[in-house]
Design a protein around this ligand. Structure first.
Ligand SMILES: C[S@@+](CC[C@H](N)C(=O)[O-])C[C@H]1O[C@@H](n2cnc3c(N)ncnc32)[C@H](O)[C@@H]1O
Length: 425
C-alpha cells in the first residue's frame, strides 16, 4: 500500500461521475438518508470537491482525510461545513462511517480504503475503479424536489448525457413534473433580456406550468412558441387604452385568471422590478387576495452591455454603475433624476428607454461637467440575433444614433467601459 494516503489537488483520476470502469453487474439504486450520519471522504482533490456540495446539502457529517486539499475543499473545512484531517489515510479512519468515498490519486490507497470499508460493512465508492468499490455515484441532479440519479454500467458519459437530457426536458416543461395542475395564482417572472436561454430555471419551469401567460413586448418571444396549445397567451403590448388603463387591464387579467382557478404567469422582459412595474402588479394581486410569487430575471441593464462585450464595472476603471430610466426628459416635471449629480460621477451610467431623448441626456451630462469625449456605446436588441452596437462619445452619440437609425429597445452605456470591446482589446 502507498504511504501517501491523500490526493494532490486537481489530480484525481476520474471525472464527474464515479460510474466508471467495466461494471458488468447491474446495481440496486437507492437514496441514502445521510443527515446526521458520518461520511468519510479519503482524498481532497477535484473528485472530493465535486462530491462535497451534495454531501453537505444532504446533512451528512462529512469528514475528509487528505494530506493536500484543493482551496475549495479547504474552504468547506474553514467554514465548518466539513471536518478535515490533513494527513495520510490510516486504517481505522472509517470508524463509525455509514458511507465512504475513496478518491485519492493513488490506487493502492483507494484499495486500502475499500478493503477497510468491506470489513466494516460500509458501502464505499472507489473513484478510480468503480467495479472495485461497493457503490457507484450516479450522474445526479436535483430539480424542484426531485432527485434524479442515472447509472449506465460504467458508461459515465452516457449517464451524464441522459441526466442532462432529463434535466433539460424538466426545465423546458417537455417532461411534466407532475400530473397535478399548478395551484391557482400569479407568478411575476423575469424573462431576461431576450435570448430565450437567459431566463432562469425557475422562470422556465413556472412558464411550462402556466394556464395563462400575460406577456410583455420585451419578454422573450421564442419562449411563447414553446407553450402548449391549451395555454392562453395575452399580449400585454396589444392591450388598448392609455398607459394607466393598460396597466389596470393587465392587473385585471392577472387577478381574474387566478380567481377563476388558473395559474397565470406574467412574463416580463429583464427583471420584473427594474423599470418593469412589477411591484405595482404584486400590490394589485395582494390587494385582491391572489397568491403571487416573484421570480427575478436577468436585467437588460447589465446583460445587454455584457452581450456587447462591455462590463459595467472594471477594476481600476470604475467603482460604480448607475441605472437610469430615460422615459422622461431631464427637464420634465416628473423627472426624479438628479442629472447634475449624475454628470459629476466618474463611473458607468446605463440608460434605459433613452434612445428617443439621447440628445437631451448627453447634453445634460455635458452641461453638468462630464467630458464630451466620454465613450458611449448604444446596444440595440441586445442578446438577440439582431443585436447592433454603435460606438460614439457624449458629443457625437445623438448624431450617431440618428445616422444609424437606432430604435428601441436599446441600452446606452456611458463611461470608460463603453470603449471596451468583446475581444478584450
Ligand atoms: C420598460 S424597460 C424594462 C426593463 C426590464 N425590466 C429589464 O430589467 O431589463 C424597457 C427598456 O429596457 C431596455 N431593454 C430591454 N431589453 C433590451 C434588449 N434586449 N436590448 C436593448 N435594450 C433592452 C431598453 O432600454 C428598453 O427600452
Amino acid at each position: 500500500m502507498s504511504t501517501n494516503g491523500d490526493s494532490r489537488p486537481g489530480r484525481d483520476s476520474r471525472p464527474d461521475t464515479d460510474d466508471t470502469g467495466d461494471a458488468a453487474e447491474s446495481s440496486y439504486l437507492v437514496g441514502l438518508h445521510l443527515a446526521g450520519r458520518r461520511v468519510v471522504v479519503v482524498g481532497g482533490g477535484s473528485v472530493a470537491q465535486r462530491r462535497l456540495g451534495l454531501l453537505v446539502a444532504s446533512g451528512a457529517h462529512v469528514h475528509v482525510v487528505a494530506r493536500e486539499v484543493t482551496p475549495a475543499v479547504e474552504a468547506f473545512a474553514t467554514s465548518g461545513q466539513i471536518t478535515l484531517a490533513q494527513r495520510e489515510y490510516r486504517r481505522g479512519d472509517l470508524a463509525d462511517a455509514w458511507y465512504a468515498i475513496a478518491c485519492t490519486d493513488e490506487p493502492d490507497t483507494n484499495a486500502a480504503v475499500v478493503a477497510e470499508a468491506e470489513e466494516e460493512r460500509v458501502f464505499c465508492v472507489r473513484a478510480d475503479n468503480a467495479v472495485r468499490g461497493t457503490a457507484s455515484t450516479p450522474a445526479s441532479a436535483r430539480y424542484d424536489g426531485l432527485e434524479i440519479g442515472i447509472l449506465a454500467r460504467g458508461e459515465h458519459r452516457r449517464s451524464a448525457s441522459v441526466r442532462n437530457a432529463v434535466l433539460d426536458a424538466l426545465q423546458s416543461g417537455a417532461l411534466p413534473m407532475s400530473a397535478e395542475p399548478a395551484a391557482p395564482g400569479v407568478a411575476l417572472v423575469g424573462g431576461g433580456p431576450g435570448d430565450p436561454d437567459l431566463i432562469t430555471v425557475r422562470g422556465r419551469r413556472l412558464l411550462a406550468q402556466a394556464d395563462v401567460v400575460v406577456a410583455d413586448r420585451l419578454a422573450p418571444a421564442e419562449l411563447l412558441a414553446e407553450l402548449g396549445p391549451h395555454v392562453e397567451v395575452i399580449d400585454a403590448a396589444k392591450i388598448p387604452y392609455g398607459r394607466a388603463m393598460a396597466q389596470q387591464a393587465i392587473n385585471d387579467a392577472l387577478i381574474d385568471g387566478a380567481k377563476s382557478g388558473k395559474f397565470v404567469v406574467r412574463l416580463k422582459g429583464g427583471d420584473p422590478y427594474v423599470f418593469g412595474r412589477g411591484y405595482e402588479e404584486l400590490e394589485a394581486c395582494v390587494a385582491a387576495g391572489v397568491p403571487v410569487t416573484v421570480v427575478p430575471g436577468i436585467t437588460s441593464a447589465i446583460s445587454v452591455p455584457s452581450a456587447a462585450g462591455i462590463p459595467v464595472t472594471h477594476r481600476g476603471v470604475t467603482h460604480e454603475f448607475v441605472v437610469v430610466s430615460g422615459h422622461v426628459a431631464p427637464d420634465h416635471p416628473d423627472s426624479l433624476v438628479d442629472w447634475p449629480a449624475l454628470a459629476r460621477l466618474g463611473g458607468t451610467i446605463v440608460l434605459l428607454m433613452a434612445v428617443e431623448r439621447i440628445e437631451a441626456f448627453a447634453g445634460a451630462l455635458m452641461d453638468g461637467g462630464r467630458d464630451a469625449g466620454t465613450p458611449v456605446a448604444v446596444v440595440q436588441e441586445g442578446t438577440l440575433r439582431t443585436q447592433r452596437v454603435v460606438r460614439a462619445d457624449l458629443a457625437t452619440v445623438a448624431q450617431r444614433v440618428r445616422d444609424e437609425q437606432i430604435k428601441p429597445p436599446a441600452i446606452v452605456v456611458i463611461g470608460a467601459v463603453a470603449a471596451f470591446t468583446p475581444d478584450g482589446r
